[in-house]
Ligand binder design. Structure first.
Ligand SMILES: [Zn+2]
Ligand SMILES: [Zn+2]
Length: 225
C-alpha cells in the first residue's frame, strides 16, 4: 500500500492512501489551526498507521487533533476515528457512525463550527455534508463529488486537474449521476461558497477556477434534466 502526503496550502495537508482492496485513493485532510489540528475524514480502520505516520511527518501526533469533521458515515471516512481520543468529532444527524464510536451525530442542515461552514447536500448518503474552511476558501466535498477509482491528474495530486475535470463532465454528460435534481442542488450549494480549492473524498485535489468547473457541471446537468 502506498500513500502520499502533500501540502495543499499554508494550513492544509492532503493524505491520499492507495486502497488496494477497493482500488482507489482515499483521502483524509489535516488542517493546522491555532486551537490545534482538525482532520476532515479519516480513511479506513486498516489505514490507521498511515494517518499516524503522516501526522508524525509534519511533527504532530494524533493527540494534537482537537476536531474531526466527518463528511459522511461510510467506513472509508470514519475508520480512523479511534486514533483521535482528544478530538470533538461530528457528523450529520442522518448518518450512522460506527457502533461504539465517539462521533456525535449533532450536525443539522446548515451551520458553523469554528472556521468552518457546512451545508447538507444529501447526495451519496442521506446526511452527507460539505465543509467550507473560510480562511483558505477550501471546500471539502466527501464523496458528493470525488474521483473514486480514478488515477491522479497527470499534473499531480494537488493541481488544477483539467483531465479530472474533463472526465467528470463526460461522466455527467453520459448520465452517470442517478438522482440529478438532488445532485444539481448540491452543486449549486457548493458553487455559492465560491471556493478556491476542492478537496474530495477520493483522489485529486483541484486548485483554481472551482466556480467555473461547478458551473460547467451545473450546465451539463440542467441540459440532461
Ligand atoms: Zn461514501
Ligand atoms: Zn468514500
Amino acid at each position: 500500500m502506498e500513500y502520499r502526503l502533500e501540502q495543499v496550502n499554508d494550513q492544509i495537508y492532503v493524505l491520499a492512501i492507495w486502497d488496494t482492496e477497493w482500488n482507489t485513493y482515499t483521502n483524509a485532510y489535516i488542517i493546522e489551526e491555532e486551537a490545534g489540528l482538525t482532520v476532515v475524514d479519516s480513511c479506513k480502520e486498516g489505514h490507521l498507521m498511515f494517518l499516524q505516520h503522516a501526522l508524525n511527518k509534519i511533527g504532530k501526533t494524533a493527540d494534537d487533533v482537537k476536531l474531526m469533521l466527518v463528511t459522511h458515515g461510510h467506513e472509508d471516512h470514519v475508520g480512523g476515528e479511534t486514533l483521535f481520543t482528544k478530538a470533538r468529532k461530528v457528523i450529520h444527524a442522518d448518518e450512522t457512525p460506527p457502533p461504539g464510536s465517539s462521533i456525535s451525530g449533532e450536525l443539522l442542515d446548515k451551520g458553523t463550527i469554528g472556521d468552518y461552514d457546512f451545508t447538507t447536500v444529501g447526495y451519496h448518503s442521506p446526511g452527507s455534508v460539505v465543509f467550507f474552511h473560510r480562511p483558505s476558501r477550501t471546500l471539502f466535498t466527501g464523496d458528493f463529488l470525488c474521483f473514486f477509482g480514478d488515477p491522479l491528474s497527470e499534473d499531480g495530486l494537488v493541481s488544477k486537474g483539467d483531465d479530472l475535470r474533463r472526465a467528470w463532465m463526460e461522466y455527467l454528460q453520459g448520465g452517470g449521476v442517478s438522482d440529478l435534481p438532488v445532485f444539481l442542488n448540491g452543486l449549486r450549494i457548493m458553487k455559492d461558497y465560491d471556493a478556491d480549492v476542492l478537496c474530495t473524498g477520493h483522489g485529486g485535489v483541484l486548485v483554481g477556477e472551482i466556480d467555473v468547473f461547478l458551473q460547467e457541471l451545473i450546465a451539463i446537468g440542467e441540459k440532461n434534466q
